[in-house]
Design a binder for this molecule. Structure first.
Ligand code: AMP
Ligand code: MN
Ligand code: MN
Ligand code: MN
Length: 285
């Protein structure tokens, strides 16, 4: 069967406008080759790639949704919220994204200072490399800089050796609060999604509290089906969505074609009794 006989939806992808490796048009070309029929670009804290992705999707005959994955903090932990069908012209979103990008640049400097002091690494060189050409510098940019300069054997090794909590380059960061982010984003988009809920280091009770707060603040969906998710996690998150009356979102969280198990369009089968978030978007149009 040709890829196009089996149309796919992907509502969570990254381009090189944040920490992905492909330009938006190249991401769309890969998605088209794999038979994706509905694609959202959801870069971290920026919509800079959405115009180019939309143009490429128009050419390829793919339906496009402009999105963003915003960094928030909840009880001291980073929690990601994806906005779908976001108004890129919204001044509230632009100002919010600018403030996060500024915080991200300062954080790269702070991390590199720690790497220099505690890890005896060339902090300035690492910072320069991580910041070069990155409007929204993430820890993934730092991981790639550490790899390129020979201080790690891969990006995962860079996280494990230098960047994650307990390592020399760990710097805690406070993102805008979840509730504030939802208030701002909710007014400028058609659906908000709690991204990868199965990945947070939270007890079952805390995850239910997070979901309840997300629901009370007007959240639309949980990401119930993500590439690489275990069947157990998928069922657990689907049950959480059902019990809170939330829709479900599906996606790959694609970053890099070198990660071969996670191409655009890859996600687990959707559980029964879950409404796809794109149906909520279509209904509100
Ligand atoms: P951050 O700058 O903290 O938003 O992290 C940026 C990106 O780094 C995330 O979106 C992931 O793609 C990646 N990342 C974060 N933590 C890890 C980790 N422990 N191992 C591998 N990749 C990670
Ligand atoms: Mn990322
Ligand atoms: Mn995320
Ligand atoms: Mn993501």
């Amino acid at each position: 069967m040709a890829a196009h006989d089996n149309p796919l939806i992907d509502l969570h992808t990254h381009s090189d406008r944040s920490d992905g490796t492909l330009a938006p048009a190249a991401l769309v070309a890969l998605a088209a080759a794999r038979g994706v029929s509905l694609l959202a670009l959801t870069d971290h804290d920026t919509m800079a790639g959405c115009d180019a992705a939309r143009a490429a999707c128009d050419t390829a005959g793919i339906r496009f949704i402009a999105g963003i994955e915003l960094s928030t903090s909840w009880r001291g932990q980073a929690v990601h919220v994806v906005g779908l069908d976001v108004d890129a012209a919204s001044p509230a979103i632009a100002a919010h994204a600018d403030a996060i990008a500024r915080r991200r640049r300062e954080r790269v400097q702070a991390i590199c200072e720690r790497l220099a002091v505690r890890g005896r690494l060339p902090g300035r060189e690492i910072a320069a490399r991580a910041l070069a050409g990155a409007a929204v510098p993430t820890r993934m940019h730092l991981a790639r800089a550490l790899l390129a300069l020979g201080f790690a054997t891969g990006t995962q090794d860079a996280f494990d050796r230098w960047l994650k909590p307990g390592r020399p380059g760990h710097v805690p960061v406070e993102w805008p609060a979840l509730a504030d982010t939802l208030a701002r984003l909710g007014a400028a988009c058609r659906a908000t999604v709690l991204a990868h809920p199965h990945r947070y280091r939270l007890s079952g009770g805390a995850l239910r509290q997070l979901t309840a707060e997300f629901t009370a603040a007007g959240g639309t969906a949980l990401e119930v089906s993500l590439a690489g998710m275990s069947p157990n996690d998928h069922e657990r998150i689907a049950a959480l969505a059902r019990s809170h009356g939330l829709a479900g979102s599906v996606g790959s969280d694609f970053h890099d074609p070198a990660v071969r198990w996670n191409p655009p369009g890859r996600f687990a089968k959707l559980a029964d009794g879950i409404t796809l978030v794109c149906e909520c978007i279509a209904a509100s149009r």
